[in-house]
Each structure stands twice: as C-alpha cells, then as structure tokens.
Design a protein around this ligand. Structure first.
Ligand code: URA
Length: 448
C-alpha cells in the first residue's frame, strides 16, 4: 500500500477499505505522510465524498489514534454534548451546571475557538484563576464531588483530529460532512461518555448552511455514535444570527451566568433547555421530554443551577464572586455604539429611513467582527483578547428605529473597532416588512 495510490483511488471516486483509511490516518499522525499528501487526500475526499461505511472507519481510526478516556470511575450515566460551532454559542456553560444540579455527571472536554466561531475553554479562561488544564485524576475527582468539570482536550485525545483539523483549516476542506462527522465523533468517542447529544448548527454562521446538509450531518453522526454503542441524538438549531445577546469571551460568561439567574434571552434559553432536556432523558433521570423540561426549568428557577455553576468554577480554581458581580470582570477600553441610524446611513436605499426590520444577518460576518476586535484566532497560535466583543440589543425580526441602539462593540484598539463596525453594519439586511421566519429548534434526529 502507498499514499500516492490511495490519493489517486479517492481522486477517481473509488471506495476505500478499512486498512487503506487506517493507513492514511496512522501514517499522517505519526508524521510518515507529509502535509502535502494528506492535503491532497482531504481535497479528494472533499470532492468525491465518503460513504457511511468509509466515514465510520475514518472516525474509528481517528478515535484510536490516541488515548481513550476511561470514565468508569465516575458514578452514573455520563452524557456529553457537542456543538458543531457557531457565534455566541455559550450553551455548554449553561447546560453543564443545569445537568450537574440535577444529578447527571458531566465530564466535558471542550475546545478553543477558531476562525469566526468561539470555544468554551477560551470563555472559561476569562474567569480569574480558572484552570482549564487539570490532571485526569483531578478531573474525575471533581466530577464525582461536584458533578461537573470542563477541561481542554488533552494532547493525546484523538491526535489525528488535531493534525487533520489544522490542515483542513488552511486548505479549505473544513465544510465537508464526512470530515466534520469524523472529526467530532472521533473526539466524542475517545472522550468516554455513555451518551452523546449533538447540537448541529445550521445557517449563515454555521458550517452547514442548509437544513438538508445539517440533517445529513446529524444523521451521519447519530449513525456513527449508535454503531459505537453510544446512545446518540442530534438537535438541529438555528445559527442565522448570534445565539443570545453577547459575542466575545468574558461577555459570554457574564451572559451564561445571567441565564442561570433567570434572565436569559429567549432563543438562547430555548436551545439550552432543549439540549439539557435531551441530555437528562439520555441519562435516564427523566422518562419523557415533558418531564425533563420541567426538571430543567426547576433547576433554573430554584437557583440550584446557578449555585452549581459557582461551585464548579470554585472547584476549578476560579473566583466565582465574578459571577455574582459581573461588573468586576475586566472591561475593554473602548465602546462603539451602533444605532439604527448608522445602519440606515450605510446604504443608499435606506439613508432616508427612520425605521425598518432586521431581515437577515450574515452571521459569519458578526463572528468575524468579533475576531477582528481580537476575540478570535486567525491562526491556532494567535493570542486572543478575552475582554472584547459585541453586545446585541436587537435580533432578526425586530423593528429598529434610527435612535435605537442595535449593538455595542467593545475593543482595545480604535482601528480594529473601525473595521469591526463596518463588518457588523454590513452583515445585516433591512426590510420594510416583517417577513422573518427563522425558527430556533428545527429538528431532533434519533437513531430510529
Ligand atoms: N468542529 C469540530 O470539532 N470539527 C469539525 O470538523 C468542525 C467543527
């Protein structure tokens, strides 16, 4: 077997077998296959696709490329959750404490943001003292004692994915269903949970732009998880605008805390509660969606989920007083206010308008505006500014008047604020009529 022949085989649209796929994954992980050959192979997969069997074999080879975490020392059914990535998606920070407060152990390995999407680990590092890298022993002890720990992915968990993802990111081969499914499911299978709830995002801020593609990705991942013996379901949710009112690391931690205090934005709460309810159901602690929804609601209104969030932050070395008093968080130096008028004036057809509806949003551009401010990474090694970001006061379908504040941008550099402001303003389209139709939860995909 040799790499050249396998690239050619996939380039010509032929089906690869288990040995061939494992040869590519192992060879690349060990450094025996160079980047340029793997890049050519990934591009061949991108254009020719992989069938379900090949995608499953790719996932298994990637999951077996490093350690598999053994969570058997944690009592109870361990349920993991993964989002395919989006803008303003802080649901893990909301759901983890809800489930832990209901007695479901959550042992979560999360990622960092890349490109226009954010990552849970960066957000948590906005809390002074919070340790995202703790030993496996401390991780398991904390889950047994407090019910929740969230740490960064260890170096040897699915190392093939780390190397392949870095290459995909610079060779325009990220948005392929087989490659995304294998990337996500290899990490989830190696992370050792008993059940997996996937949040598949769809829309302008997601990798999947259409509902058809999102369904296909969801079905592929559910099939892989089920085949591996894990109870797996996927919820398809909207990413046509940022989720909630905040984009940016510290701003999102503040917002997550507010959600657990009962002050969450409606769409963000609907996604969080839906995912939490399905996780509760998968854990066996609830027997119907209705019962799970009631328990989730109760965890929030009773304050027990917020108390759990503080307990978890303290256990991981963070100063939880910041969650009680968000004004203590470090703030960016400058604030740029975006009014309805600044949006109307930015294009000729609306320059005379005094009110309009926010009709659509290029959400990837909102993520890019936050990245330009310093809140996201251009490359894996970029250092990010945890204080910057965007606070939104209006959502799609809202009417905006010229005097209304639509958003505030926070930054530490005036030039970056200028660029972010331009990107933010141009990300929206306006309409005189309200023809807004986006739902927030589109579908739930189960193995049957
Ligand atoms: N998230 C991942 O972990 N992998 C992908 O390929 C895309 C999103």
């Amino acid at each position: 077997m040799n790499t050249y022949d396998l690239i050619m085989k996939k380039r010509d649209g032929l089906i690869l077998d288990k040995e061939e796929i494992t040869y590519m994954v192992d060879g690349f992980t060990k450094g025996e296959i160079p980047d340029y050959q793997m890049a050519a192979f990934l591009m061949a997969v991108y254009f020719r696709g992989m069938n379900d069997k090949e995608t499953t074999m790719l996932t298994m080879a990637m999951a077996d490329s490093g350690d598999r975490l053994d969570l058997s020392a944690i009592n109870g059914v361990k349920v993991d959750k993964h989002s395919t990535g989006g803008v303003g998606d802080k649901t893990s920070l909301i759901i983890g404490p809800i489930l832990a407060s209901l007695g479901v152990p959550v042992a979560k390995m999360s990622g960092r943001g890349l490109g226009h999407t954010g990552g849970t680990i960066d957000k948590l590092e906005g809390i002074p003292g919070f340790q995202t890298s703790i030993s496996e022993e401390a991780f398991i002890r904390q889950v047994n004692e407090t019910g929740l720990a969230i740490v960064g992915q260890t170096a040897n968990l699915a190392p093939a994915d780390k190397k392949i993802y870095a290459l995909r990111d610079v060779t325009a081969t990220v948005d392929n269903i087989s490659l995304i499914a294998a990337s996500i499911m290899s990490k989830k299978l190696a992370a050792g949970a008993d059940a997996i709830v996937l949040d598949v995002k769809v829309g302008s801020g997601a990798f999947m732009k259409t509902l058809e593609d999102a369904r296909s990705l969801a079905k592929t991942m559910v099939a892989i998880g089920t085949l591996a013996g894990k109870h797996t379901i996927a919820v398809i949710t909207d990413m046509n605008e940022p989720l909630g009112n905040a984009v940016g690391n510290i701003l999102e931690v503040e917002e997550a805390a507010e959600c657990l205090k009962g002050n969450g934005e409606a769409r963000l709460m609907e996604v969080s509660k839906t995912l939490a309810s399905h996780m509760l159901l998968a854990s066996g602690k609830a027997f119907s969606v209705e019962q799970a929804e009631e328990q989730v609601e109760q965890a929030i209104t009773s304050g027990s989920a917020f108390a759990k969030m503080k307990e978890f932050v303290t256990a991981q070395g963070g100063d939880s007083s910041y969650l009680d008093e968000p004004s203590k968080f470090e703030k960016a130096k400058y604030k740029r206010v975006i009014t309805g008028k600044s949006i109307f004036l930015s294009r000729e057809e609306s320059s005379e308008w005094t009110e309009a509806y926010l009709a659509s949003c290029n959400n990837q551009e909102i993520g890019m505006a936050s990245m330009v401010l310093g809140g996201g990474r251009r490359t894996k090694d970029s250092v990010i500014d945890l204080t910057v970001g965007i606070r939104l006061f209006k959502h799609l379908g809202d009417i905006i008047k010229d005097t209304d504040i639509v958003a505030e941008l926070y930054g530490n550099d005036e030039q970056k604020l200028d660029e972010a402001e331009k990107r933010f303003i141009m990300a929206y389209t306006l309409s005189k009529e309200n023809n807004f139709k986006n739902r927030i939860v589109y579908d739930v995909i189960t193995s049957d």
